[in-house]
Design a protein around this ligand. Structure first.
Ligand SMILES: [Mg+2]
Length: 171
């Protein structure tokens, strides 16, 4: 896989990311993709597991901000409000501006922030461009924006599975 597309860590889902590992890595804030990372595409339902994970994040003092390419402010704010977190919509990831906006919203330094998302070409590529820690998760379900399906084909070409490049437990 091309280096700039390589996530720092990879997990099956958001709720599988251990909060203590984030803290151990000095992470104080998260920039989270919305569609198929936090909630299914165009669906504002949140699972109990996702809500519980956000409760643990908050209890640990880690700030969170959704950075979504979704153009509908109501869609993005509906989820962010339920979780009680910040948000940026119409972000235009992988453009650097999208992540700068997120960093500004969190008020944290690059070294303190991780990007979490389900797409290599928007979330991982964009986060890596700024030198942020990037964490790839598997998409929640198969329903997604038509444009995303093209990116999925490209993801298959570069490969996206089992890329624990800098595993926390590796010696
Ligand atoms: Mg997504």
């Amino acid at each position: 896989m091309i280096g700039i597309l390589r996530p720092y860590l990879q997990y099956e889902s958001l709720q599988d990311i251990p909060v203590r590992d984030l803290l151990a890595k000095g992470i104080r804030g998260l920039l989270l993709d919305l569609d198929n990372t936090v909630a299914p595409w165009n669906d504002k339902s949140l699972t109990r597991e996702v809500k519980d994970w956000f409760d643990r994040i908050k209890a640990a003092g880690i700030k969170a901000c959704i950075v979504s390419n979704n153009r509908l402010p109501d869609r993005v704010s509906a989820v962010a409000d339920v979780l009680g977190i910040l948000y940026v919509y119409k972000a235009a990831k992988p453009r650097k501006k999208a992540f700068y906006l997120g960093l500004e919203t969190l008020g944290l330094k690059n070294s303190e922030v991780a990007v979490i998302g389900d797409q290599l070409f928007t979330d991982v590529f964009g986060g890596n461009r700024l030198g942020l820690m990037t964490i790839l998760v598997s998409p929640i379900d198969e329903k997604e924006f038509a444009g995303t399906k093209i990116l999925r084909l490209m993801e298959r070409m570069v490969g996206r599975k089992a890329r624990f490049t800098r595993n926390l437990h590796k010696i």
